[in-house]
Design a protein around this ligand. Structure first.
Ligand SMILES: Cc1cc2nc3c(=O)[nH]c(=O)nc-3n(C[C@H](O)[C@H](O)[C@H](O)COP(=O)(O)OP(=O)(O)OC[C@H]3O[C@@H](n4cnc5c(N)ncnc54)[C@H](O)[C@@H]3O)c2cc1C
Length: 457
């Protein structure tokens, strides 16, 4: 018996459970990220195998597209760091931290271990998988879903919904194929702008949502170790050091905080569409790169978006991603600046060009951020220096822009987990605006699957 079956829990709180039911129309899950995969698994375990649609490619093919982007700057708009098997989490640090106290977190981790993740994620306070291991994990999970009767289709983009008298009647794939179904788990992540626009056109209730934007900062890992470990830095038993820093700017009420810190990691280009530069961080399981990076971001309110309607946040983030693209030279290199240059407003050459792929170009980063974000960052870095002396150093480089901290849109859903305007539609995960991160998205996918199963019963 595998841990997966073994752990099919009796108690409601510990993991997905419930009656088996075979619907006449197969439920569809759109999106093969953590939310979609765990939703599909939850339903399959209840005897409800689903059709999983994923616009991107399977991991092996996706990997060559992502490498082509990092090496040559050639972007495939359907296959990149955000789209494809495993979703946005595949090329990540694979940190499994979550503020949620949900007992199902343990079940999610046990499934990941069953699929090949290191078993220490079950006990570590700051569990981490690494992108190399995550790729193996998501492929095994997909194969397991197929063994359980699910069908997984790559290169299958949901382009429209079929709606009949306020209820879902089906999904259109690639503008061509109509797939009848009255239950859809929508787990498309936060980077599918086209999906949000289609939902709006179909009358699905959406709302703007606050999020955060900023920059990525990269230090030599050895420098962070020295600050955090003092004389013990370099001890072979110590992992690469990390940090978590916050600051409140009293006058404006803005928060500045480090986010998604990757010790021994890499800063990567994560463009999700042509003409935009986005940064993020990832690491391998061994966390063995000589660099430490983290996002440093400032909260953005809905009123900052400066536009009308629930999708104004998408236009807001696109604006700054396009500014970054132009400042980077228009070839997907990212604009970058030394931290000391950013703070002083003077030209200070970057000491170390760091890990970023497909490359950096020196620029004034205040040009690629809203004024209030640039100012809050400046104050925030000064506060960080007071908390962690040495943080401000000429060795540190800033790279722009970090815009995908969470979704700026929420797909409104009711207590039953369904869209408040379209019955049969179960939005979940990061793209629905109710989760952020691998674990919380997986948990939200499980919840959506349970609500869907309840609706069948
Ligand atoms: C580089 C990077 C590093 C990260 N590091 C971490 C980390 O260390 N720890 C952590 O907890 N989180 C991390 N995150 C965030 C985490 O990856 C996301 O929060 C999580 O993947 C969201 O899960 P999801 O299933 O909701 O959406 P996603 O993972 O975004 O998956 C959505 C899927 O839907 C597909 N899709 C979109 N539109 C359609 C459509 N119309 N038709 C069919 N398919 C569609 C996409 O191709 C994608 O595969 C990182 C993100 C990035 C980009």
């Amino acid at each position: 018996m595998t841990p997966l079956e073994d752990d099919l829990p009796d108690q409601e709180q510990a993991g997905p459970s419930g009656p088996c039911w075979t619907p006449a129309l197969r439920p569809v899950v759109v999106g093969c990220g953590p939310a979609g995969l765990f939703a599909a698994l939850t339903l399959a375990l209840r005897g409800i195998p689903v059709l999983l649609l994923e616009r991107g490619k399977a991991v092996s093919e996706r990997l060559s597209d992502v490498h082509a982007f990092w090496k040559k700057g050639t972007l495939d708009p359907e296959s990149h760091v955000h789209f494809g098997e495993g979703g946005a989490g595949t090329f990540s640090d694979g940190k499994l931290t979550s503020r949620s106290k949900n007992l199902r977190t343990g079940w999610v981790k046990r499934v990941l271990v069953d699929m090949g993740a290191p078993s220490d994620i079950l006990v570590d306070v700051r569990p981490h998988i690494g992108t190399d291991r995550l790729m193996e994990v998501v492929v095994r999970l997909r194969k397991r879903l197929v063994e359980m009767g699910c069908e997984v289709r790559f290169g299958a983009r949901m382009t429209d919904l079929i709606v009949d008298r306020g209820c879902l009647a089906g999904v259109v794939a690639n503008d061509a194929e109509e797939i009848p179904s009255d239950r859809l788990i929508l787990a498309v992540g936060q980077s599918a702008d086209d999906a949000y626009r289609m939902l709006l056109a179909r009358g699905v209730a959406l709302a703007g949502k606050p999020f955060a934007i900023g920059l990525r900062i990269e230090h030599p890992q050895e420098w962070i170790n020295r600050i955090q470990y003092g004389r013990w830095a370099g001890h072979p038993e110590l992992p690469p050091a990390d940090y978590f820093l916050t600051a409140k700017i009293e006058e404006t009420g803005r928060s500045v905080y480090s986010f998604c810190m990757c010790p021994g990691g890499l800063v990567i280009g994560c463009s999700a569409r042509e003409g935009g530069v986005i940064t993020n961080g990832m690491s391998r399981c061994r966390r063995d790169s000589p660099y430490a990076n983290s996002a440093v971001v400032v909260n953005v309110r809905v009123e900052d978006f400066g536009g009308e309607g629930p999708l104004a946040g998408l236009d807001f983030r696109r604006l700054w991603e396009e500014r970054a693209f132009q400042a980077g030279g228009g070839d997907y290199r990212a604009p970058a600046q030394s931290l000391t240059g950013f703070l002083s407003g003077r030209s200070v050459a970057i000491r170390d060009r760091g890990s970023f792929l497909p490359g950096i170009r020196e620029a004034d980063l205040r040009e690629v951020l809203p004024l209030f974000v640039g100012e809050a960052l400046r104050r925030g870095f000064e506060a960080f220096e007071r908390k962690m002396p040495g943080f401000i150093t000429e060795k540190a480089t800033l790279i722009g822009v970090e815009t995908r901290t969470s979704s700026p849109v929420r797909i409104l859903r009711g207590e039953d987990g369904q869209s408040v305007t379209l019955k049969g539609l179960f939005p979940c995960g990061e793209g629905a605006g109710y989760a952020g991160g691998i674990i919380s998205s997986a948990l939200d996918g499980i919840r959506a699957a349970e609500r869907l199963a309840d609706s069948l019963a």
